[in-house]
Design a protein around this ligand. Sequence first.
Ligand SMILES: NC(=O)c1ccc[n+]([C@@H]2O[C@H](COP(=O)([O-])OP(=O)(O)OC[C@H]3O[C@@H](n4cnc5c(N)ncnc54)[C@H](O)[C@@H]3O)[C@@H](O)[C@H]2O)c1
Ligand SMILES: O=c1ccn([C@@H]2O[C@H](COP(=O)(O)OP(=O)(O)O[C@H]3O[C@H](CO)[C@H](O)[C@H](O)[C@H]3O)[C@@H](O)[C@H]2O)c(=O)[nH]1
Length: 338
Amino acid sequence: MTTLLVTGGAGYVGSHTCVELLEAGYELVVLDNLCNSSREALHRVERITGKPLIFVEGDIRHAGTLKQLFARYTIDTVVHFAGLKVLGESVSAPLSYYDNNIGGTLTLLTAMRSHGVKSLLFSSTAAVYGDPHQVPITEDFPLSATNPYGRSKLIVEDMLRDLHRAEPDWSIMILRYFNPVGAHESGLIGEDPQGIPNNLMPFIAQVAVGKREFLSVYGNDYPTADGTGVRDYLHVVDLAVGHARAIEALGNTPAGQLHTCNLGTGRGYSVLDVVHAFERVSGRKVPHVLAARRPGDVATCYADPARAERELGWKATRGLDAMCADTWRWQCDNPHGY
Ligand SMILES: NC(=O)c1ccc[n+]([C@@H]2O[C@H](COP(=O)([O-])OP(=O)(O)OC[C@H]3O[C@@H](n4cnc5c(N)ncnc54)[C@H](O)[C@@H]3O)[C@@H](O)[C@H]2O)c1
Ligand SMILES: O=c1ccn([C@@H]2O[C@H](COP(=O)(O)OP(=O)(O)O[C@H]3O[C@H](CO)[C@H](O)[C@H](O)[C@H]3O)[C@@H](O)[C@H]2O)c(=O)[nH]1
């Protein structure tokens, strides 16, 4: 039996990935400090799959917690989601981002090494491509960061590349996610933003349900077909399946490799495309007004996902309508979140 440690497993991407991993037959130990999630998400993961998981409430920055955890459970691979992810907040509170995302990962890697666990999946982001000079984006594009969040992910990526150079017996998968949206088809788990949503899809859902009056469209003068920003929206269940494939790929290749893969669909949609799809699928109006560009936003960002297909045997299968329909079901079934 293969046992995985899932850090941040109670969160949005983590909880959906736990469903896929339990269904694939892995034993899971989830470590989460619940700073941006709730224990209920994991109860629902167990309900969806009919399988139990082990939950440890704790922080990846606490060496003592990790020491106890690795002593108690025999971990084969670590799937590392834990971290802070709000781009704007990272500008006003950079030290928290460096502490959590970089410091936390460093403490985790140190604990892994002292317990002989050298197999890791890391949640990176398309934000490490900065403002891409062209699209679609392949993994060998130049890397840069335009805010502390992106920089924290880029620094961790650099840490992992340095570690792998120094200790080539580590097996590492760096997964660069594009824009995860949607929710589980069951309507039981989904994204549960605290306060005003920062991201487009949850904001649209709250407007459609009447919780917020209108959506502000950040800029319509970008060099795109309709002038609004274009992104590679990816169904969170497809993303979760990508993790299951990545773990299989790690197991099937000789130990001691570092892979970097984009996880995206390869297709870009504008803000207005998403608004119109959501209106069609939900049958609700999404009132929207034009607003100024959001500082730091790029015009267009979408993946070349060919490497993930080649190396992981993974391809996104769910389209924009499914992303909207599943978001809408989650919003209607859980008006107050968990
Ligand atoms: N959602 C996105 O748009 C997106 C895009 C690219 C990359 N990512 C990355 O994917 C990962 C998961 O993102 P998400 O959307 O599920 O975020 P999330 O906030 O829903 O999940 C992160 C989880 O980590 C936990 N956590 C945070 N700090 C911790 C710590 N120090 N110790 C233990 N647990 C801690 C939180 O409580 C939460 O459950 C993050 O690393 C994020 O940066 C997310
Ligand atoms: O209220 C809103 C929110 C967003 N947008 C627009 O919608 C698009 C998508 O914005 P999101 O905030 O949903 O997503 P981002 O592409 O800005 O950022 C996300 O994807 C990045 C990777 O590309 C990083 O991972 C980042 O952490 C994550 O939030 C952008 O054009 C944005 O300007 C609006 O018009 N109105």
